[in-house]
Design a protein around this ligand. Structure first.
Ligand code: GLC
Ligand code: MG
Length: 523
């Protein structure tokens, strides 16, 4: 699909930057980031060269899952600020020509949400059916075999009313019942509340979970499960996720967003390509603009694997569907921890030159790598419930290191999670002065992406390449660029000529050769 530069909407041309609010900047000395802190650090986001910010949840929450347990969909958690602070942040973001996306969590609320408090108060409460209540199964145990994504049964017994409620995640995160029209209307009203305030869109949490199969049949056993992977994977989530009825809801959310003009919906959806692509909807009944594509996170860092992943994903897209790519998040391991810093530079070039909207995760622009979390500092509930699997998410949620002052300029006190061990040298101020730093590479890539329409809106074709090397062309109008990525630590013979625009390495690039760990953009 070709897109004229001038008519491509901002969310196709642009780049999204994810901020994890607890860990961006603390302004009030409690060791936890907040909205005023984000506002104070907008220069960094603007000079980086991204187009939009997505904020992980900032709503009132007991923080059992660090904000993904929402106790009020139309407020701000006091630790982050208040609505006035939010309005100031939004205005400051817009004043810099940036967009702001919030994180909407529709599958479940907090068990402290007044709706759930009402729902659990009695079987006859008008809000009973806003959540998913079932009688015990025939053996007196849970209604079916479903497993929570964080381990254990997905059902919690409520002695007061003598029924179980469903929770796909923690028991403190009861699943909402989207089959109930009143709940549905209340949730759409919450989206409207933020659209009316001026937000430019939402990232929608676990969107493919929001409707469950009628009758709640048992999920089938996963024949590939083995000890050492999460308990969730014992079963295939056939009946608990990706139900046909959920698409009508996504379409309803989209219609609401479209009513406000140039807004965007990004859906968190983990599914194989064919089912993933359905979340774009159809041209007549569109659903989310960008079903998040996590395949760079999920697949090995290997040229042959990625070539196939890119080709298969591109082939799976509907004609009107715009691609997107993600390399890091508050859930995924850090890229630099996975593949090392030299290859993380190549990964940055891949992410920012593929066809489709990239989402960057805060701190990856500094190349933050593995952050050891001492056992007494572990906060991630998923890790605490299933220790020893190496699935901890705290390692990607550590505070942004801003400078070499105490607590890295993040806070005036010990932060809620440890800093990266190399924060004294790996921080924004240090990298700002160092032309060879990862931060400069990200800035250069983002500048080039903005200047070169083939990168932002052009077509893409995969080209032949030697083992360990990924090569593709991006073209728009008369302009054509080639991207050559050496995914190995050995030099590779690659026949290229032309003008190098940017390399991941210092020093002159050598025609006919890709140096070890070199990524190259050629005009
Ligand atoms: C999403 C979020 C994750 C959260 C989960 C439950 O996957 O990214 O952080 O724990 O949903 O809301
Ligand atoms: Mg604070």
């Amino acid at each position: 699909m070709t897109n004229d530069e001038t008519d491509a909407p901002w969310w196709q041309r642009g780049t999204i930057y994810q901020i994890y609010p607890r860990s961006f900047q603390d302004s009030d000395g409690d060791g936890i980031g907040d909205l005023a802190g984000i506002e104070a650090r907008l220069d960094h986001v603007a000079t980086l060269g991204v187009d939009a910010i997505w904020l992980s949840p900032i709503f009132p929450s007991p923080m059992a899952d660090f904000g993904y347990d929402v106790a009020d969909y139309v407020g701000i958690a006091p630790m982050f600020g208040d609505l006035a602070a939010f309005d100031r942040l939004l205005a400051a973001v817009h004043a810099r020509g940036l967009k702001l996306l919030l994180d909407f969590v529709p599958n479940h609320s907090s068990d402290q949400h007044p709706w759930f408090q009402a729902s659990r108060s009695s079987r006859s409460d008008p809000r009973r059916d806003w959540y998913i209540w079932r009688d015990p199964g025939p053996d007196g145990g849970p209604p079916n075999n479903w497993i929570s994504d964080f381990g254990g049964s997905a059902w919690e017994w409520d002695a007061a009313t003598g029924q179980y409620y469903l929770h796909a995640f923690l028991k403190e995160q009861p699943d909402l019942n989207w089959r109930n029209p009143a709940l549905r209307a209340a949730m759409l009203d919450a989206m409207r509340f933020w659209f009316d305030r001026g937000v430019d869109g939402f990232r929608i949490d676990v969107l493919w979970h929001i409707v469950k199969a009628e009758g709640f049949p048992d999920n089938p056993v996963n024949p590939d499960w083995h000890p050492g992977i999460t308990e969730r994977d014992r079963l295939l989530q056939r009946h608990s996720t990706d139900q046909p009825e959920a698409h009508a809801i996504a379409a309803e959310m989209r219609a609401l967003a479209d009513g406000y003009g140039d807004r965007v919906l990004v859906g968190e959806i983990f599914l194989p390509n064919d089912r993933h692509a359905r979340w774009y909807g159809t041209p007549d009944t569109p659903e989310v603009h960008l079903p998040f594509n996590f395949q760079l996170v999920e697949n090995a860092w290997d040229a042959a694997v990625l070539r196939r992943v890119i080709a298969d994903y591109e082939a799976s897209l509907p004609a009107f569907g715009w691609p997107n790519w993600v390399f890091g998040s508050h859930d995924a391991p850090r890229i630099a921890a996975r593949i090392g810093e030299a290859q993380a530079r190549v990964a940055a070039m891949l992410l920012l030159t593929l066809r489709g909207t990239p989402t960057l995760y805060q701190g990856d622009e500094l190349g933050i790598g593995e952050v050891p979390i001492p056992p007494d500092r572990v906060r991630d509930p998923q890790d605490l419930r299933q220790p020893g699997l190496g699935i901890g998410r705290d390692r990607s949620r550590t505070p942004m290191p801003w400078d070499a002052s105490p607590f890295a300029g993040f806070s005036t006190t010990e932060p809620w999670l440890p800093l990266n061990p190399d924060w004294r040298t790996r921080n924004v101020a240090a990298q700002d002065r160092d032309p060879t730093a990862m931060l400069q590479l990200y800035r250069d890539l983002l500048r080039l992406r903005r200047a070169q329409s083939p990168l932002s809106v052009g077509t893409m074709s995969l080209l032949d390449a030697p083992d360990g090397v990924l090569v593709y062309a991006r073209a728009h109008g008369d302009a054509r660029l080639r991207i050559l990525l050496n995914l190995t630590a050995q030099d590779a013979i690659v026949d290229w000529h032309g003008t190098p625009l940017l390399s991941t390495l210092e020093g002159p690039s050598v025609p006919g050769l890709l140096r070890a760990n070199e990524g190259l953009i050629i005009a």
